[in-house]
Ligand binder design. Sequence first.
Ligand code: SAH
Length: 393
Amino acid sequence: MPSITLHLGREKSLLRRHPWIFSGAIGHVEGNPGIGETVDVLDAKGNFLAKAAYSPRSNIRARIWTWLDEDVDADFLRRRLDSAINHRDGITPPLRSDACRLVHAESDGLPGLIVDRYDDVLVMQILTTGAEYWKETLADLILELTELTDIYERSDVEVRHLEALEPRAGAMRGNPPSKLVLQEYGLKFNVDIAHGHKTGFYLDQRESRHLVGQLAAERDVLNCFSYTGGFSIHAVAGGARSVTSIDSSGDALKLGVENAALNGQQAEIHEWIEGDVFKELRTFRDSRRDFDLIILDPPKFAPTISQVKKATRGYKDINLLAFKLLRPGGILITFSCSGGVDASLFQKIVAGAALDANVDAQIIQKLGQGADHPIALNFPEGAYLKGLVCRVF
Ligand code: SAH
């Protein structure tokens, strides 16, 4: 078995069971491990620490499969997948949706593997060399455990570059459709599995979309970074007076318009603006347009720690503008999905934005990803989605 030996003292994060080993922690590599192959991880004295997937081109040089001295093989992967998928069975009815994340990578003990279920269709995303190495086995096991037949692969995400993996997308098993309709809290959404963001839909925001539906009655709503109108459709279903959705993607907005029709919503209640939120918010400010409920759900401004400064400015800017556009008693629902910005920093930024906008506001609820996107306690990076519901006095 090939092995990597850590520098003295660099075993500390592993003793807390953090599953990443950075290149700088490694003293030497033995046995010439191949890309994605399993290696033993040893401390500087040669004691066994874990088994990990080796990724020679990535800064995260190895990701832990297991802390036990056990074989990493099909049986091992079946146990991990079974534990992930079975756990979802317990929480699926309360989700009130036929779409659910079945495997959430590190947080399910399966680094680099995402599996989303859209009713009978599975969408698989492979982000790291370890998961790539076991890809065919994983696909077979997932079909066996779910008793389904169709898998679409969406391994065409940016982060694969960091692992020196090529992008890949398309049918992987069976005959999956490239488009489908999902149900969420009684509402229907068109999902473009082949071209949509993530695996087609932002499943992580399911519960927050439902919350917006509950808060929207009799309100003029502004949904910024709307994508295919998830929050907008829920808002109208919840009785909103009007909903304005802004996104820079014309394709996403087109699906949004279709989603409104799919749910029998009046076209006139929706306004769809293709544009840059940073600019459009300024236009609204200058024209003194105001709203009762504003949603800010931007893309990741800071995927990693290195972009935190720039991201902080971005969050501050849009939150400040949003506070200015809110009527007294209005509600701001604001999110960050940046790994580099943690919950306490995000709250500070939003507090600074309220201060500069000269409004008094209070947090009435904190939000995060749904229960099908668990956060392993040894992997705080898993808590990427942070949301605040703020009421302006
Ligand atoms: N709230 C959505 C998901 C939002 S994802 C849901 O629940 O489904 C973020 C969206 O922001 C993407 O659709 C992307 O096209 C859009 N976007 C990114 N930068 C933007 C910008 N500067 N202005 C407007 N939209 C932007």
